[in-house]
Ligand binder design. Structure first.
Ligand SMILES: *Cc1c(COP(=O)(O)O)cnc(C)c1O
Length: 464
């Protein structure tokens, strides 16, 4: 079964037709999918055909039957979880990444895509105002970016404690104390589990979910001197958008020799806006940072970004080698992409980041982030005028959490919003209450989307 280059033409042509049709339908179709996963499995299922099918026919079958199973995550009225849409330049570049099919683990065999990722990393550090000497790795998402930062931290604090992690692993190692805010994202716990570091010791948070500095100071006082410590901070709370007091927390932690990691899956982008920058005051003094490009930057799934100041620590943790002794001269050079992420083989997922940054420019990135914040405030202001609605958080960034009296009532309003189909917002629980949570993460949300979404919530809340 030898393929001909012409097979690509016909299959790609079908893909373009269906992609454009889908994107063209997004502004007007209901946001939620019309079908469910079981029904969709029966559409695409049945026994596998014995023989081959023409490639264009395969793409046609997929493209023509998929629509009922698609969520309009690309819609300006999608506010679920924290999920961005896709900028046009990022989407089209992602298609090229697939067509080029470059296994971008090393600089030497895939110089083009490795170079574009390197530049994307440099631009990112520049727009975020983080140290230009950091290593940048493109991961599948924020969870793995947290994993990379915390792995580098584990490497450094155990090395500082005189322990040879590479040869001996964690067995018999000095116990690493990990501190995290009470309202850290669950993916931090997940990454710590991958790393064999167990559950973090929680530090009290205030009513917005920000770690309390006085509680952090007491937590450090209780740790015996010489203990290896990692502190995981948060930039952007899922429910409130609030930021831990990053600069002050780093200062306290560094006084005790701890490694400080910042989970900024969507919040790190506040650093790109002159207006919002105070939220991440002095965050550049931390040791590692995690963020997502598939959230705030609006590149297609999937793309997270791990940023680590200590090149030696991250390469020791991630590079394919047998010794912690990285050749010091190589530390002056950009890392091979596989040297700073868990994967060996992977797609060039940093290329759409380059395209997004290039298409937005410096001012465009700032305007994107400011726009998300502005829309979140407008939605909160609109919802506040609805009788019985209570916005529970200070809308400092892109997140809004709303309660409608009792938990039952809030759940019912949430259910009706989803049935209405004009917008998608997540049901969640925060501070012991059920909430309707709005996350403004899509670049295309405009005033009309904001108004229509507030109206939808108003309708849902008006029903008896
Ligand atoms: C989304 C999110 C994560 C996890 O990122 P993924 O890309 O889903 O792996 C981590 N932390 C915070 C604060 C998040 O919002």
């Amino acid at each position: 079964m030898t393929g001909s280059p012409k097979d690509y033409d016909a299959a790609l042509d079908r893909a373009v037709v269906h992609a454009k049709r889908w994107l063209g339908s997004v502004p007007d179709r209901p946001v939620p999918p019309a079908s469910d996963a079981d029904a969709m499995a029966s559409v695409f299922g049945g026994p596998l055909a014995d023989g081959p099918t023409d490639p264009a026919e395969v793409v046609e079958a997929l493209g023509s039957a998929m629509e009922p199973g698609l969520m309009s995550i690309a819609s300006g009225r999608f506010f679920g979880w924290v999920m961005g849409g896709t900028l046009p330049a990022a989407l089209a570049s992602d298609w090229l990444v697939s067509a080029w099919d470059q296994n971008t683990g090393m600089r030497y065999p895939t110089p083009g895509t490795a170079a574009v990722e390197q530049v994307a990393g440099e631009w990112l550090l520049d727009v975020l105002g983080l140290p230009s000497t950091c290593d940048v790795g493109f991961t599948t998402g924020g969870t793995m970016a947290n994993f990379v930062g915390l792995a580098a931290g584990r490497q450094r604090v155990l090395t500082d404690a005189g322990w040879d992690l590479d040869d001996l692993g964690l067995q018999g190692a000095p116990r690493v104390t990990v501190l995290a805010g009470a309202q850290r994202h669950d993916s931090v716990d997940l990454a710590l589990r991958y790393l064999g570091l167990g559950r973090p010791t929680l530090v009290d948070a205030d009513d917005q979910g920000r770690l309390r500095i006085d509680a952090l100071a007491s937590a450090f006082e209780a740790i015996p001197p010489g203990t290896p410590v990692i502190l995981a901070l948060q930039a952007g709370n899922l429910h409130s958008g609030a930021f831990d007091p990053l600069g002050d927390a780093v200062e306290v932690a560094h006084r005790h020799g701890a490694w400080v990691h910042v989970d900024g899956a969507f919040g790190l982008w506040a650093g790109a806006s002159a207006t919002l920058r105070p939220l991440v005051d002095r965050y550049g003094t931390a040791d590692s940072w995690a963020t997502d490009a598939h959230k705030t930057l609006n590149v297609p799934y999937d793309c997270g970004i791990a940023i680590v100041a200590d090149r030696k620590a991250v390469r020791a943790a991630m590079e394919v080698h047998t010794s912690y002794l990285v050749n010091p001269s190589s530390l002056e050079q950009p890392a091979d992409p596989l040297g700073v992420t868990p994967e060996m083989s992977r797609r060039a997922r940093g290329v759409p980041v380059w395209a997004a940054l290039r298409s937005l420019g410096r001012s465009g990135v700032a305007e994107l982030v400011d726009g998300l914040h502005r829309n979140a405030r407008a939605i909160a202001d609109g919802i506040r005028t609805i009788e019985g609605a209570e916005v529970l958080n200070d809308v400092v960034y892109t997140q809004v959490s709303v309660a409608f009296g009792s938990d039952e009532r809030t759940r019912e309003v949430t259910r009706r919003v989803l049935v209405d189909g004009v917008a998608w917002m997540s049901g969640s629980r925060w501070r012991g209450r059920d909430v309707l949570r709005v996350s403004v993460s899509n670049w295309s949300t405009d005033d009309a989307d904001v108004a229509a979404s507030v109206d939808s919530v108003r309708r849902a809340a008006a029903l008896p």
